[in-house]
Design a protein around this ligand. Structure first.
Ligand SMILES: [Zn+2]
Length: 88
């Protein structure tokens, strides 16, 4: 496997954030990808779906934003099903 280290690290962060939210259901994950990095959106999405397949996170929505600056791939936001008020 190649670029999945970035995704593994993100899943680690998601797991930690979810722990802090008492295991609430993950609704969406927002990731920024650098325009100048090695990922294109489809490719990242493919790896992410593969990484979460069979986990409680597989139904979560993946939002991808392309940015000019920043690291190749960066987790910027995680939301949970009960976050009706937009609280993090
Ligand atoms: Zn790949």
């Amino acid at each position: 496997m190649h670029e999945t280290k970035a995704i593994k690290e993100m899943l680690g962060v998601i797991r930690q954030v979810q722990g802090e939210h008492a295991g609430r259901t993950l609704a969406s994950v927002c990731v920024e990808l650098s325009e100048f990095g090695g990922w294109d959106e489809e490719h990242f999405r493919e790896h992410f779906q593969e990484a979460v397949r069979g986990t409680p996170w597989q139904a979560a929505r993946l939002d991808i934003k392309k940015v000019m600056m920043g690291p190749e791939a960066k987790l910027v936001r995680v939301t949970f099903e009960e976050d009706a008020r937009g609280e993090d």
